[in-house]
Design a protein around this ligand. Sequence first.
Ligand code: ADP
Ligand code: MG
Length: 679
Amino acid sequence: MDKLFTEVQFLKGVGPKRSQQLRKLEIETVFDLLWNVPRAYFNRNKVDKIATLSNGAVTNIRARVVNAANNRTRRGFQIFKAMLADDSGMIPAVWFNQPYLAQQLKVGQEVFVSGKVKNTLGANEVNVTDYEVIDDESVLSIVPIYSLTDGLNQKAMRKIVEYALNNYLPYYFEMLEADIKNRYDLCDIQFAFQNIHFPANGEAYLQSRRRLAFEELFLFKLSLALEKENSDSCSSFIVHRPQTDLVARVIEGLPFALTPAQQKVVDEILADMGAPLAMNRLLQGDVGSGKTVVAALAMAQAVASGYQAALMAPTEILAEQHFASINRFFAPTSIVTALLTGSTAPAERKMVLEAAANGEIDILIGTHALIQDEVFLKKLGLAVIDEQHRFGVKQRGNLSGKGQKPDILVMTATPIPRTLALTLYGNLNVSVIAELPPGRRLVKTRFIPRSSRNQAYRFIHAEIKKGRQAYVVCPLVEESEKQDLMAAITLFEELQNELYPDLRVGLLHGRMKADEKKLIMASFKNGHIDVLVATTIVEVGVDVRSASVIIIEHAERFGLSQLHQLRGRVGRGDVQSYCFLVGDPKTDDAARRLQAMEKTCDGFELANEDLSIRGPGDFWGVKQHGLNDMKVANLLRDQKIIGWASEAVLEYRLETKQAKQTNDYIYRKFKKSPGIARN
Ligand code: ADP
Ligand code: MG
């Protein structure tokens, strides 16, 4: 057993209670403890004088507590206020919602405090982010600040880490050869862990950070490379060698010509499917770029080769829409399709399951219902997952698990910046539809404060008189948010009864029965509804070409990708379309999102903007890829290191002895096993 994976409860000074607290921080073993790097540091050599502080400054001060007390603000927040003094002056320090500080901070104590200086009503105060009571044992000049949990304080945490470093660090295995370390100027792994926790000085900290960022990215990249190697070397993959001109016939029958961009990705996909390797391909294309037809052609290829194909979509509305358009695409052929969703009637469901199992159905389209245990496909050769970011890794895996290593095509309209895509999907091939079908016009987008929202509603009225249709979207992020649901219903009534008595207004939300939803969607599609008030269930994929306006209420509550997806519901035909973002942004980030939407319709640009507003930790879909487990590396700032790690992985030779360790480290860090070293 590797000493590094000793459970923390067996460390000196850590009993069952402490180990519970550590578990809350996802620290279970010594390995986790080492990787639990400080969130910040106190540099005791670098303190500011209170008299020199100015508004907005981020500061560290060393001062004595002159008085301290809990207060309650008018809006009911608990604040703890202490007057701090050094030899230059005094300043009040404020802690929010930490009433227990009254027991911990006492008059007369000396403290380090860091935080942001704020000038309120003409006087400075410090909003404290971190603090520490100074006692005689603090001798180090740079001390770590860790994320904590109830009952665990900085001092205890530091002791535990120190013990782990002193007793277990030698067991951490050095993966890098000397020449790699020299080439990228990387320090030893032991030095790195020691100095990320207790930096000897600023330079040592920077060295450590660089090495550990490299280490993380290297392990992650290595896991991708190993996964790929593993799947390439698997002998039971499917080769799609079509016996007929089925694909050509489908293309001929389309009501439009494929764009060059679509043709290109179709070629890439078909070549991949014909190769003696398992396809694992990501198809990226902005909202409205025409991914569905590409998927249909790939599925036709599978059928022509004697296999079945499956297409999974995240909502019933979308699955039904795909079913309808794919049937239209396949009209010139005798391909047999079927739809399976949560609301498929039992009798029909039974028939579909049977026909899928005995191979009578060529193409099965549906929702999560496809990955239930009872679903069996006789010879699944291609699994397509639409709007892949809506599914978890496991669900995607479950669909491909319905066959013997089928080819896999995942589609997304959430464009991921190239560098991030390479980091995330190093083991996937990527195809991009880089242009929209001809005749599309950019959707004119405007932000409207709530006080002026009637402007937007008047505008809709005028558009509809021209024969167009409109969406009004209300936020209902979780289908269980009752108040939001009420808001959607109220808005629907307000529109129908007061604003638009002369128009046909419809309502669509997730709590409605499947039949009702189907009916409403169909009426909207056929033009029997002019204005559709909907929750975000229309977010992905819905395709109604004569809809030319969308109003998004409370736009400040949506993320950028979601706004972009919603806007993608209009502008799908060739008439000029409009998007109104109604809201009152309360944070800088929200305001930036709305500005970005006004500025561009390009999903790739928006994705970059999103990444810079939110950081990769929160970026859509990223959670599913283990990138949240990056403790040191920053995917935006460490691009150079990402490049180095990729290079280094290419020349990395695993010797059997190292293979197990590497595998273990990947497993502990990213909770996934690339499956090497089984022998
Ligand atoms: P998305 O990529 O967002 O899934 P869809 O596949 O729903 O886009 O396509 C959007 C619309 O564009 C559909 O109505 C589709 O029929 C149409 N479309 C797709 N390809 C073309 C093309 N080459 N020329 C014209 N219209 C197209
Ligand atoms: Mg789509």
